[in-house]
Design a protein around this ligand. Structure first.
Ligand SMILES: [Zn+2]
Length: 268
């Protein structure tokens, strides 16, 4: 297709290119992930103002020529701003991680309105909310689920027993919590009877798995009502972080910054 197109978009990342250009990656409502070049973006501040920075929610006008990888960015008008997010180092670190995760997991030119909706609602929530860690775990689970990568959490991947149903039988005696095991390679959980000879298993409690199952299917608007206790937040981060690393075959660059921020003991 060749021609001019407009779409709603969120900037995932942008880098300087040459003397005065910028290459920008977007997630758009109508075309999925897109990469474009903004000619003279550094020189002519007037044309794009600062609307090509990460997290900008814009209405984009671009020109596409058949066979070209990069579209030509013509105009970017602001639709919404996330100012709280930009001026809070924790929110910025968690948000940057989520943008990079989405960018790495989605192919170019594959429209997925659910991904766009998830990203937009997540950013609104991160901007206004206080429960950042929970929001990020919900974002990860929802994204994995929409893209078809979600791990199997209800049954043991070896014996197929429904480990969560067994959990229900002891609902009135929640402690001590049965330990399950998570395997990124097998994309799911193993029950205590099946963990014998497996390698690289991560112990995880039933409570955390229950939370992650809830996170994978919760309505986005209810994001702020789910609050994870610290132990569940830590366990979730460990297993989902390992799973994502396994799926991508690498560590995300923004994860290092995020870990540093969290290690400062100020992460919430
Ligand atoms: Zn089993």
């Amino acid at each position: 297709m060749t021609g001019y197109f407009t779409t709603e978009a969120i900037v995932l990342g942008s880098i300087d290119y040459g003397e005065s250009d910028r290459i920008v990656t977007f997630y758009t409502l109508e075309f999925g992930k897109l990469k474009g070049i903004a000619k003279g973006a550094k020189r002519s501040k007037k044309r794009f103002v600062n609307n090509l920075e990460p997290f900008s929610h814009i209405r984009l006008l671009f020109f596409q020529k058949q066979g070209r990888d990069l579209v030509m960015l013509e105009q970017a008008d602001v639709v919404g701003r996330f100012d709280n997010l930009l001026f809070d180092i924790h929110k910025l670190a968690f948000g940057s991680y989520c943008l990079e995760l989405l960018s790495e997991m989605t192919p170019e030119y594959q429209k997925n309105e659910k991904v766009f909706e998830l990203l937009l609602k997540f950013l609104i929530m991160l901007d206004r909310g206080t429960n950042i860690k929970t929001a990020v775990r919900i974002f990860e689970m929802r994204l994995l689920s929409i893209l078809g990568y979600h791990p199997h959490l209800d049954v043991c991947v070896v014996c197929k027993n429904n480990v969560m149903a067994e959990a229900g039988a002891h609902a009135h005696a929640p402690l001590p919590d049965t330990k399950l095991f998570f395997s990124s390679a097998r994309s799911g959980i193993l029950c205590p009877r099946c963990n014998g000879r497996e390698k690289s298993l991560i112990p995880v409690s039933q409570g955390t798995i229950k939370f992650l199952m809830l996170a994978a299917k919760s309505a986005l608007d209810k994001m702020d009502r789910i609050a994870m206790p610290d132990w569940a937040a830590e366990e979730s981060e460990r297993i989902i972080g390992d799973f994502i690393r396994y799926q991508l075959g690498k560590e995300l660059k923004s994860k290092r910054f995020l870990n540093k921020i969290q290690a400062m003991g100020e992460g919430r």
